[in-house]
Design a binder for this molecule. Structure first.
Ligand SMILES: *Cc1c(COP(=O)(O)O)cnc(C)c1O
Length: 373
Protein backbone atom coordinates (compact mmCIF):
# COMPACT_ATOMS: atom_id res chain seq x y z
CA UNK A 1 0.00 0.00 0.00
CA UNK A 2 2.71 2.41 1.11
CA UNK A 3 4.82 1.56 -1.92
CA UNK A 4 1.89 2.14 -4.24
CA UNK A 5 1.28 5.54 -2.65
CA UNK A 6 4.92 6.50 -2.94
CA UNK A 7 4.81 5.41 -6.56
CA UNK A 8 1.70 7.50 -7.20
CA UNK A 9 3.27 10.48 -5.41
CA UNK A 10 6.37 10.06 -7.53
CA UNK A 11 4.33 9.89 -10.72
CA UNK A 12 2.48 13.03 -9.70
CA UNK A 13 5.70 14.87 -8.84
CA UNK A 14 7.26 13.86 -12.13
CA UNK A 15 4.29 15.36 -13.92
CA UNK A 16 4.70 18.70 -12.17
CA UNK A 17 8.43 18.90 -12.57
CA UNK A 18 10.34 17.75 -15.58
CA UNK A 19 12.88 15.27 -14.31
CA UNK A 20 15.00 14.88 -17.39
CA UNK A 21 15.95 16.80 -20.48
CA UNK A 22 17.10 15.94 -23.97
CA UNK A 23 20.27 17.27 -25.53
CA UNK A 24 20.46 18.14 -29.21
CA UNK A 25 23.98 19.27 -30.00
CA UNK A 26 24.71 21.62 -32.84
CA UNK A 27 26.90 19.93 -35.46
CA UNK A 28 30.52 20.98 -35.05
CA UNK A 29 30.66 22.72 -38.44
CA UNK A 30 27.71 24.96 -37.61
CA UNK A 31 29.11 26.16 -34.31
CA UNK A 32 30.25 29.76 -34.13
CA UNK A 33 33.65 30.83 -32.91
CA UNK A 34 33.46 32.56 -29.57
CA UNK A 35 34.86 36.12 -29.76
CA UNK A 36 38.61 36.27 -29.28
CA UNK A 37 38.49 39.37 -27.13
CA UNK A 38 35.17 39.77 -25.33
CA UNK A 39 36.28 43.15 -24.06
CA UNK A 40 35.62 44.54 -27.51
CA UNK A 41 32.00 43.46 -27.78
CA UNK A 42 29.14 45.35 -26.17
CA UNK A 43 27.74 43.67 -23.02
CA UNK A 44 25.12 41.02 -23.71
CA UNK A 45 25.03 41.07 -27.50
CA UNK A 46 26.69 37.77 -28.43
CA UNK A 47 25.27 34.40 -27.35
CA UNK A 48 26.66 30.89 -27.13
CA UNK A 49 25.67 28.01 -29.45
CA UNK A 50 23.06 26.36 -27.21
CA UNK A 51 20.17 27.19 -24.91
CA UNK A 52 18.00 25.38 -22.39
CA UNK A 53 14.21 25.50 -22.86
CA UNK A 54 11.19 24.00 -21.10
CA UNK A 55 7.45 24.58 -21.21
CA UNK A 56 4.74 24.68 -18.56
CA UNK A 57 1.03 24.13 -18.73
CA UNK A 58 -1.61 23.24 -16.18
CA UNK A 59 -1.93 19.62 -17.32
CA UNK A 60 1.72 18.69 -17.59
CA UNK A 61 3.55 21.12 -15.33
CA UNK A 62 7.10 21.64 -16.63
CA UNK A 63 7.72 19.47 -19.67
CA UNK A 64 9.66 19.23 -22.93
CA UNK A 65 12.87 20.20 -21.16
CA UNK A 66 15.68 20.32 -23.68
CA UNK A 67 19.09 21.68 -24.53
CA UNK A 68 19.22 22.60 -28.20
CA UNK A 69 20.91 24.99 -30.62
CA UNK A 70 20.24 28.66 -29.82
CA UNK A 71 17.25 29.82 -31.82
CA UNK A 72 14.58 32.50 -32.09
CA UNK A 73 11.06 32.03 -30.75
CA UNK A 74 7.92 32.81 -32.65
CA UNK A 75 4.98 34.20 -30.70
CA UNK A 76 1.38 34.86 -31.39
CA UNK A 77 0.96 38.67 -31.28
CA UNK A 78 -1.49 38.09 -28.43
CA UNK A 79 1.05 36.21 -26.28
CA UNK A 80 0.43 37.44 -22.74
CA UNK A 81 3.96 38.53 -21.86
CA UNK A 82 4.04 40.92 -24.81
CA UNK A 83 1.13 42.88 -23.31
CA UNK A 84 1.40 42.72 -19.54
CA UNK A 85 5.07 42.20 -18.86
CA UNK A 86 4.66 38.81 -17.23
CA UNK A 87 8.38 38.10 -17.24
CA UNK A 88 11.04 37.29 -14.66
CA UNK A 89 14.75 36.76 -15.07
CA UNK A 90 18.02 36.10 -13.31
CA UNK A 91 21.59 37.18 -13.99
CA UNK A 92 24.48 35.01 -12.87
CA UNK A 93 27.96 34.15 -14.08
CA UNK A 94 30.21 31.22 -14.96
CA UNK A 95 33.98 31.63 -14.91
CA UNK A 96 36.94 29.71 -16.22
CA UNK A 97 39.15 29.66 -13.15
CA UNK A 98 42.93 29.65 -13.05
CA UNK A 99 42.94 25.83 -13.25
CA UNK A 100 40.87 25.93 -16.43
CA UNK A 101 37.74 24.65 -14.65
CA UNK A 102 34.33 26.13 -15.38
CA UNK A 103 32.65 27.27 -12.17
CA UNK A 104 29.42 29.01 -11.23
CA UNK A 105 29.02 31.69 -8.56
CA UNK A 106 26.18 30.81 -6.14
CA UNK A 107 23.82 29.31 -8.75
CA UNK A 108 21.53 27.86 -6.07
CA UNK A 109 20.94 31.34 -4.59
CA UNK A 110 20.07 32.75 -8.02
CA UNK A 111 17.59 29.98 -8.81
CA UNK A 112 16.00 30.28 -5.37
CA UNK A 113 15.55 34.00 -5.97
CA UNK A 114 14.00 33.25 -9.34
CA UNK A 115 11.41 31.13 -7.57
CA UNK A 116 10.66 34.01 -5.18
CA UNK A 117 10.12 36.20 -8.26
CA UNK A 118 7.85 33.51 -9.72
CA UNK A 119 5.69 33.36 -6.60
CA UNK A 120 5.26 37.16 -6.54
CA UNK A 121 4.32 37.24 -10.23
CA UNK A 122 1.89 34.28 -10.06
CA UNK A 123 4.21 32.24 -12.27
CA UNK A 124 5.07 28.57 -11.72
CA UNK A 125 8.16 27.73 -9.69
CA UNK A 126 10.91 25.67 -11.23
CA UNK A 127 12.72 22.75 -9.60
CA UNK A 128 15.86 24.68 -8.74
CA UNK A 129 18.12 21.64 -8.49
CA UNK A 130 16.86 20.32 -11.82
CA UNK A 131 17.46 23.72 -13.43
CA UNK A 132 20.97 23.80 -11.95
CA UNK A 133 21.66 20.34 -13.35
CA UNK A 134 20.42 21.44 -16.77
CA UNK A 135 22.49 24.63 -16.59
CA UNK A 136 25.63 22.65 -15.80
CA UNK A 137 24.97 20.36 -18.76
CA UNK A 138 24.41 23.41 -20.95
CA UNK A 139 27.73 24.82 -19.76
CA UNK A 140 29.42 21.55 -20.64
CA UNK A 141 28.01 21.81 -24.15
CA UNK A 142 29.23 25.40 -24.52
CA UNK A 143 32.37 25.16 -22.39
CA UNK A 144 34.51 26.92 -24.97
CA UNK A 145 32.25 29.98 -24.66
CA UNK A 146 33.44 30.62 -21.13
CA UNK A 147 36.22 33.17 -21.62
CA UNK A 148 39.37 32.85 -19.56
CA UNK A 149 41.02 36.29 -19.56
CA UNK A 150 40.95 37.97 -16.14
CA UNK A 151 37.77 39.92 -15.57
CA UNK A 152 35.77 38.04 -18.20
CA UNK A 153 32.93 35.58 -17.69
CA UNK A 154 29.95 33.91 -19.29
CA UNK A 155 26.86 35.84 -18.24
CA UNK A 156 23.86 33.52 -17.76
CA UNK A 157 20.30 34.69 -18.22
CA UNK A 158 17.54 32.36 -16.98
CA UNK A 159 14.21 33.81 -18.12
CA UNK A 160 10.53 32.94 -17.69
CA UNK A 161 7.65 34.36 -19.69
CA UNK A 162 3.87 33.89 -19.77
CA UNK A 163 2.97 32.46 -23.16
CA UNK A 164 -0.80 32.00 -23.18
CA UNK A 165 -2.31 33.59 -26.28
CA UNK A 166 -4.73 36.12 -24.85
CA UNK A 167 -4.95 39.83 -24.30
CA UNK A 168 -7.34 39.20 -21.45
CA UNK A 169 -5.64 40.17 -18.19
CA UNK A 170 -5.48 36.75 -16.58
CA UNK A 171 -2.94 34.56 -14.87
CA UNK A 172 -1.39 32.72 -17.78
CA UNK A 173 -1.97 28.99 -18.11
CA UNK A 174 1.22 28.51 -20.17
CA UNK A 175 4.83 29.50 -19.59
CA UNK A 176 8.24 29.19 -21.15
CA UNK A 177 11.49 28.97 -19.21
CA UNK A 178 14.82 29.29 -20.95
CA UNK A 179 18.49 29.92 -20.28
CA UNK A 180 20.78 31.78 -22.67
CA UNK A 181 24.45 32.65 -22.14
CA UNK A 182 26.59 35.57 -23.27
CA UNK A 183 30.38 35.97 -22.98
CA UNK A 184 31.17 39.32 -21.34
CA UNK A 185 34.22 41.35 -20.38
CA UNK A 186 34.74 43.15 -17.11
CA UNK A 187 32.41 46.13 -16.98
CA UNK A 188 35.45 48.20 -16.00
CA UNK A 189 38.45 46.93 -17.86
CA UNK A 190 40.91 49.43 -16.35
CA UNK A 191 40.30 48.55 -12.72
CA UNK A 192 38.07 51.07 -11.06
CA UNK A 193 36.86 54.13 -12.76
CA UNK A 194 34.77 55.84 -10.07
CA UNK A 195 31.31 56.60 -11.40
CA UNK A 196 29.28 59.80 -11.18
CA UNK A 197 25.77 59.37 -9.79
CA UNK A 198 22.67 61.54 -10.01
CA UNK A 199 20.35 61.30 -7.01
CA UNK A 200 16.82 61.25 -8.37
CA UNK A 201 14.36 63.23 -6.29
CA UNK A 202 11.75 62.98 -9.03
CA UNK A 203 11.52 59.34 -10.09
CA UNK A 204 11.40 56.27 -7.87
CA UNK A 205 12.29 52.71 -8.81
CA UNK A 206 9.73 50.76 -6.85
CA UNK A 207 6.77 51.16 -4.54
CA UNK A 208 5.72 49.77 -1.18
CA UNK A 209 3.79 46.58 -1.76
CA UNK A 210 5.06 46.52 -5.33
CA UNK A 211 7.59 44.34 -7.13
CA UNK A 212 10.88 46.19 -6.58
CA UNK A 213 12.23 43.23 -4.63
CA UNK A 214 11.90 40.80 -7.56
CA UNK A 215 13.60 40.68 -10.95
CA UNK A 216 10.69 41.31 -13.27
CA UNK A 217 11.04 43.13 -16.58
CA UNK A 218 8.74 46.06 -15.87
CA UNK A 219 10.98 47.39 -13.10
CA UNK A 220 13.74 47.97 -15.63
CA UNK A 221 11.47 49.37 -18.34
CA UNK A 222 10.18 51.86 -15.76
CA UNK A 223 13.72 52.94 -14.79
CA UNK A 224 14.83 53.99 -18.26
CA UNK A 225 13.55 57.54 -18.26
CA UNK A 226 15.43 58.45 -15.09
CA UNK A 227 18.47 56.58 -16.34
CA UNK A 228 18.54 58.32 -19.72
CA UNK A 229 18.02 61.76 -18.17
CA UNK A 230 20.95 61.06 -15.84
CA UNK A 231 23.09 60.02 -18.84
CA UNK A 232 22.11 63.17 -20.70
CA UNK A 233 23.15 65.26 -17.71
CA UNK A 234 26.56 63.56 -17.71
CA UNK A 235 26.07 60.95 -14.97
CA UNK A 236 26.54 57.19 -15.16
CA UNK A 237 23.66 56.03 -12.98
CA UNK A 238 20.69 57.10 -10.90
CA UNK A 239 20.62 56.81 -7.13
CA UNK A 240 17.11 55.84 -6.09
CA UNK A 241 15.49 57.16 -2.94
CA UNK A 242 12.60 55.60 -1.06
CA UNK A 243 9.20 56.04 -2.74
CA UNK A 244 7.43 57.67 0.23
CA UNK A 245 9.70 60.34 1.68
CA UNK A 246 12.31 60.49 -1.11
CA UNK A 247 14.76 60.56 1.73
CA UNK A 248 16.24 57.12 2.34
CA UNK A 249 18.78 55.65 -0.05
CA UNK A 250 17.63 52.46 -1.78
CA UNK A 251 19.80 51.41 -4.74
CA UNK A 252 22.06 52.75 -7.45
CA UNK A 253 20.99 51.90 -11.02
CA UNK A 254 20.32 48.18 -10.76
CA UNK A 255 22.86 47.62 -8.04
CA UNK A 256 22.71 47.59 -4.27
CA UNK A 257 24.69 50.28 -2.49
CA UNK A 258 27.22 50.39 0.36
CA UNK A 259 28.77 53.30 2.24
CA UNK A 260 31.86 53.33 4.40
CA UNK A 261 31.17 55.76 7.24
CA UNK A 262 33.63 56.11 10.14
CA UNK A 263 35.28 52.92 8.95
CA UNK A 264 32.03 50.97 9.16
CA UNK A 265 30.14 49.47 6.21
CA UNK A 266 26.54 50.61 5.93
CA UNK A 267 23.94 49.31 3.46
CA UNK A 268 20.20 50.00 3.29
CA UNK A 269 18.16 47.32 5.05
CA UNK A 270 15.84 45.24 2.88
CA UNK A 271 12.42 46.79 3.26
CA UNK A 272 10.60 45.22 0.31
CA UNK A 273 11.43 47.96 -2.20
CA UNK A 274 15.05 46.89 -2.60
CA UNK A 275 16.21 43.92 -4.65
CA UNK A 276 18.02 41.47 -2.35
CA UNK A 277 21.27 41.15 -4.29
CA UNK A 278 23.41 38.05 -4.03
CA UNK A 279 26.53 40.21 -4.36
CA UNK A 280 25.15 42.36 -1.50
CA UNK A 281 24.68 39.20 0.56
CA UNK A 282 28.20 38.06 -0.33
CA UNK A 283 29.67 41.41 0.76
CA UNK A 284 27.83 41.11 4.08
CA UNK A 285 29.08 37.55 4.62
CA UNK A 286 32.62 38.49 3.66
CA UNK A 287 32.64 41.55 5.93
CA UNK A 288 31.31 39.61 8.91
CA UNK A 289 33.86 36.82 8.35
CA UNK A 290 36.67 39.40 8.30
CA UNK A 291 35.45 41.10 11.44
CA UNK A 292 34.66 44.35 9.61
CA UNK A 293 31.85 46.34 11.18
CA UNK A 294 28.81 46.21 8.92
CA UNK A 295 25.22 47.32 9.47
CA UNK A 296 22.00 47.08 7.51
CA UNK A 297 19.85 50.06 8.34
CA UNK A 298 17.95 52.99 6.87
CA UNK A 299 20.31 55.71 5.67
CA UNK A 300 19.05 59.07 4.49
CA UNK A 301 20.56 61.08 1.67
CA UNK A 302 20.98 63.97 4.15
CA UNK A 303 23.10 61.74 6.39
CA UNK A 304 25.20 60.66 3.39
CA UNK A 305 25.82 64.23 2.27
CA UNK A 306 26.70 65.38 5.77
CA UNK A 307 29.11 62.45 6.09
CA UNK A 308 30.74 63.26 2.74
CA UNK A 309 31.10 66.92 3.74
CA UNK A 310 32.68 66.23 7.13
CA UNK A 311 34.91 63.53 5.69
CA UNK A 312 33.46 60.59 7.65
CA UNK A 313 32.06 58.96 4.50
CA UNK A 314 35.17 57.70 2.77
CA UNK A 315 33.78 55.24 0.22
CA UNK A 316 30.59 54.49 -1.69
CA UNK A 317 30.16 51.51 -3.98
CA UNK A 318 27.48 49.58 -5.83
CA UNK A 319 27.22 45.77 -5.89
CA UNK A 320 25.75 43.47 -8.54
CA UNK A 321 26.57 40.44 -10.63
CA UNK A 322 27.52 42.39 -13.76
CA UNK A 323 30.12 44.75 -12.25
CA UNK A 324 30.65 42.87 -8.94
CA UNK A 325 31.75 46.11 -7.25
CA UNK A 326 31.47 49.57 -8.78
CA UNK A 327 33.15 52.47 -7.06
CA UNK A 328 31.22 55.75 -6.79
CA UNK A 329 33.23 58.97 -6.92
CA UNK A 330 30.63 61.66 -7.20
CA UNK A 331 27.02 62.32 -6.17
CA UNK A 332 24.76 65.06 -7.41
CA UNK A 333 21.76 65.96 -5.25
CA UNK A 334 19.54 69.00 -5.78
CA UNK A 335 21.96 71.06 -7.92
CA UNK A 336 25.05 70.36 -5.86
CA UNK A 337 27.86 67.91 -6.44
CA UNK A 338 29.67 66.03 -3.72
CA UNK A 339 32.92 64.18 -4.38
CA UNK A 340 34.43 61.28 -2.48
CA UNK A 341 38.19 61.02 -2.91
CA UNK A 342 39.17 57.44 -3.64
CA UNK A 343 41.88 56.02 -1.43
CA UNK A 344 44.23 53.17 -2.31
CA UNK A 345 43.69 50.81 0.64
CA UNK A 346 39.93 50.82 0.41
CA UNK A 347 37.24 48.35 1.44
CA UNK A 348 35.95 48.75 -2.11
CA UNK A 349 39.13 47.32 -3.59
CA UNK A 350 39.61 44.64 -0.92
CA UNK A 351 36.07 43.36 -1.42
CA UNK A 352 36.40 43.46 -5.21
CA UNK A 353 39.71 41.59 -5.09
CA UNK A 354 38.35 38.96 -2.70
CA UNK A 355 35.12 38.19 -4.56
CA UNK A 356 36.76 38.14 -8.00
CA UNK A 357 39.67 36.19 -6.53
CA UNK A 358 37.29 33.49 -5.29
CA UNK A 359 35.53 33.45 -8.66
CA UNK A 360 38.82 33.05 -10.52
CA UNK A 361 40.22 30.46 -8.13
CA UNK A 362 43.05 32.67 -6.82
CA UNK A 363 41.53 32.81 -3.34
CA UNK A 364 40.31 29.79 -1.36
CA UNK A 365 36.52 29.56 -1.43
CA UNK A 366 35.93 29.29 2.30
CA UNK A 367 32.34 30.47 1.85
CA UNK A 368 31.40 27.66 -0.57
CA UNK A 369 30.13 30.16 -3.12
CA UNK A 370 31.63 28.27 -6.04
CA UNK A 371 29.98 25.35 -7.77
CA UNK A 372 31.95 23.31 -10.31
CA UNK A 373 30.20 22.03 -13.40
C1 LIG B 1 19.97 42.13 -10.00
C2 LIG B 1 19.83 43.38 -9.22
C3 LIG B 1 20.73 43.73 -8.19
C4 LIG B 1 21.97 42.96 -7.88
O1 LIG B 1 21.72 41.64 -7.55
P1 LIG B 1 22.90 40.58 -7.66
O2 LIG B 1 22.26 39.32 -7.20
O3 LIG B 1 23.97 41.03 -6.76
O4 LIG B 1 23.32 40.54 -9.09
C5 LIG B 1 20.48 44.88 -7.47
N1 LIG B 1 19.42 45.66 -7.76
C6 LIG B 1 18.56 45.38 -8.74
C7 LIG B 1 17.42 46.29 -8.99
C8 LIG B 1 18.75 44.22 -9.51
O5 LIG B 1 17.90 43.96 -10.50
Amino acid sequence: MKIVMIFIAFLFASLLFATDFTVTSMPEVQRKSPPEDVKNIPFGTVFSDHMFVMKWNEQKGWHEARIEPYHAFTFDPASLHLHYGTEIFEGMKAFKNNQGKVVLFRPGEHLKRMNRSAVRMMMPEIDASFAEKALKRLLQEDKRWVPSQPGTSLYIRPTMIASQNTINLVVSNEYLFYIIMSPVGALYSKGFKPTAILVSDQYTRSSIGGVGDVKTGGNYAASMKAQSEAKKAGYDQVLWLDPVKRQYVEEVGSMNIFFVINGKLVTPELTGTILPGITRQSVLELSRANGWKVVERKISIQEVIKAIKNGSCTEIFGTGTAAVISSIGKLKYKDREYSIASKPDSFTLKIYETITGIQQGRILDTFRWISEI
